[in-house]
Design a protein around this ligand. Structure first.
Ligand SMILES: C[S@@+](CC[C@H](N)C(=O)[O-])C[C@H]1O[C@@H](n2cnc3c(N)ncnc32)[C@H](O)[C@@H]1O
Length: 244
């Protein structure tokens, strides 16, 4: 937390995976007190904003807003002593842009605070009814990685034999599937897929690892999707079944 004299304040709030009631109490209070709320229209549910934001608060949603508009809101906060809440999806420290955000606040001499949120990984684990650090393999690592990068290093990561959570799989499910199998996972390994988890249209299912790419393609799940594979998925969750 940074303290300055401008009177304005910038809150960076973990928005959670989507559902309006998966916000922390601290984030909900900060959101309710904000003069300006900045949020990603495609990344957060309307319900989250409708439920927690004051009716008279100014809303800056992107799109259509761009980074310059968001920074203009920060400038006003510094100038006019306003409270701005910037919603960052899931948990801000997990593939979030929180470091850039903090820099933007510091550059403007704005008081700021980061409030943690529920990452989509934890929401996916709950929906899949799995334990991410399941015994007896609890000495194996829990690895967070992503489908971006060139090449995606899943083959090396798979060699650790841990549970891997893959964010931002995009259109690379086939490459990821190949890398994971080449790194040592069985083609028949159980894979968890969570798409828009906690949203009204969420899709949560399991499939064999060698069917990951076809499952993702058949259902159009390339965006907003998290994939989990490894020991945590070997312990059958009772409530989630393979796609028919
Ligand atoms: C830029 S990262 C942000 C992650 C976020 N900070 C978090 O803690 O969940 C975006 C990726 O997070 C995952 N994600 C975010 N929300 C999700 C949701 N509701 N359901 C499934 N995956 C989600 C997807 O893998 C998506 O491509």
């Amino acid at each position: 937390m940074e303290h300055t004299d401008s009177g304005g304040k910038l809150w960076f709030l973990g928005a959670g995976p989507g559902a309006a009631d998966l916000l922390t109490v601290r984030a909900a209070r900060a959101l309710a007190a904000a003069d300006i709320v900045v949020w990603g229209k495609e990344l957060m549910t309307d319900a989250l904003v409708e439920e927690h934001v004051r009716a008279d608060a100014e809303r800056v949603s992107w799109p259509p807003a761009e980074m310059a508009d968001i920074h203009a809101a920060y400038d006003r906060a510094a100038r006019e002593g306003l409270v701005v809440a910037r919603l960052l999806w899931g948990e801000p420290s997990v593939y979030g842009s929180v470091r850039d955000e903090v820099r933007a606040a510091r550059d403007r001499g704005l008081d700021y605070e980061i409030v943690p949120g529920i990452t989509s990984l934890f929401a996916a684990a709950a929906a899949l009814e799995i334990e991410l650090t399941v015994a007896p393999q609890s000495s194996r690592p829990l690895i967070l990685s992503q489908g971006r990068g060139d090449p995606v290093p899943v083959r090396e990561l798979a060699r650790h034999g841990g549970t891997i959570a893959l964010f931002m799989i995009g259109e690379r499910a086939e490459e990821l599937q190949r890398g994971l199998i080449a790194g040592g996972y069985e083609p028949s390994a159980r894979c968890g897929i969570a798409h828009r988890v906690t949203w009204p249209d969420e899709v949560v299912l399991t499939c064999r690892l060698d069917e990951l790419a076809t499952t993702v393609a058949a259902r159009g799940l390339d965006r907003h999707t998290l994939v989990i594979v490894g020991p945590a998925m070997e312990d059958d969750g009772p409530g989630v079944s393979a796609p028919s």
